[in-house]
Ligand binder design. Structure first.
Ligand SMILES: NC(=O)c1ccc[n+]([C@@H]2O[C@H](COP(=O)([O-])OP(=O)(O)OC[C@H]3O[C@@H](n4cnc5c(N)ncnc54)[C@H](OP(=O)(O)O)[C@@H]3O)[C@@H](O)[C@H]2O)c1
Length: 329
């Protein structure tokens, strides 16, 4: 397959490039060139926020395009329009954040209501509107379009910092706040499994929206932290703590304690989506132990702190607040 990845040097796009190279695909990336492309990849340079940002694509044709854009929808609109008739398939890496808040409750299928958004939207769009606007913009491609609605994405090269924060905290050891309940079901996808799904779907000509995360309960908070504590040296002593005590101390779920949401509507929204359609289309998931161990192996290769996306706030609990919660429990 001749594949064009718009992006391709961060986290998800990088995983797509890696998987495509392993398949023997011919891969081209387009980005600003802030990081070197992976070996064997043709690198085109352009800034998608500028009028001439897609000039390097001129004359090119591809079997499939994967677009990882998460900013203003109009950048997706311009790319999808420019590539119409010059590529066979267009995947937009979207998000389950597109579902309207009021849709929380039952496991959400791809038919659940979505937020209002415009394909012509600019930087004013919040994340949900940017992703939904990106979906509408991708449809300007006109041909086969796949909307891959990922949820929480983990794995090596993660640049939001969620699993990296937990791994580094557990490696530090000592009494460690573990947000309960232990059997809290989690739903996520390893970026490498997302890459496999997206490339298979492109090859099979799949179109439309797919929720692309694990089935709910692929792992639990308890299993995730037990494995993470073990692979980081077994120095952490997990102190399982009731959600109410954590919330009463002013700890913010999801951001202070990444991945974790207490039982309730937000947890159901994030960790209880319906993935029957993607599973039926062949979605395969590696065990959580592989995701955790491989992410830790990657972290250990880094000379300094892990990469952090500039457009997302850093995550993690301060040692002071953690000590306060543990002392009160
Ligand atoms: N993390 C999660 O849990 C989660 C959950 C659901 C969905 N998602 C979605 O998953 C996707 C993650 O993608 P990713 O960021 O990991 O993709 P990526 O393709 O690996 O990295 C982002 C790419 O965009 C390029 N880029 C940034 N600004 C640019 C510009 N102005 N013009 C051209 N290229 C530019 C970057 O290179 P340069 O800097 O060199 O330009 C980089 O190659 C996003 O769409 C996100 O919304 C994430």
């Amino acid at each position: 397959m001749r594949l064009l990845v718009l992006g391709g040097t961060g986290f998800v796009g990088r995983a797509v490039v890696d998987e495509a190279r392993a398949r023997g695909d011919e891969v081209t990336v387009l980005n600003r060139g802030h990081r070197p492309p992976l070996a064997g990849v043709a690198a085109l340079v352009g800034d998608r926020t500028t009028g001439s940002g897609l000039a390097a694509l001129a004359g090119g044709t591809w079997d499939a395009v994967v677009d990882t854009w998460s900013g203003a929808p109009r950048a997706v609109r311009d790319a999808a329009s420019a590539l119409a008739g010059r590529a066979g398939h267009y995947t937009y890496v979207s998000s389950r954040s597109v579902y309207a808040d009021g849709a929380a409750g039952a496991p959400l299928t791809e038919d659940a209501p979505v937020v209002d958004a415009s394909p012509d939207g600019g930087d004013e769009a919040d994340y949900a509107a940017a992703k939904r606007g990106g979906e509408l913009a991708a449809l300007r491609f006109g041909g086969d379009v796949l909307l891959a609605r990922a949820g929480l994405i983990l794995g090596p090269y993660e640049d939001v910092g969620r699993l990296p924060w937990w791994l580094r905290r557990l490696a530090r050891g000592g009494p460690t706040l573990a947000p309960g309940p232990r059997d809290l079901p989690l739903q996520y996808i390893d970026a490498r499994d997302l890459a496999v799904f997206v490339l298979d779907a492109a090859a099979d000509g799949r179109t439309g929206a797919y929720n692309v995360v694990s089935p709910p309960g692929h792992t639990t908070m308890g299993e995730l932290l037990d494995i993470a504590a073990a692979v980081t040296g077994g120095r952490a002593e997990l102190r399982w703590t009731d959600p109410d005590a954590i919330l009463a101390a002013g700890v913010q779920p999801w951001t202070d304690l990444p991945i974790w949401l207490p039982p309730g509507p937000d947890h159901d929204f994030m960790h209880n989506g319906d993935v029957g359609k993607a599973v039926g289309a062949g979605l395969r998931l590696r065990p959580v132990g592989d995701t955790v161990a491989d992410t830790w192996s990657w972290l250990q290769t880094l000379p300094g702190t892990p990469p952090q996306r500039a457009d997302r706030p850093p995550v993690g609990l301060s040692p002071d607040l953690e000590a306060k919660v543990l002392a009160a429990a």
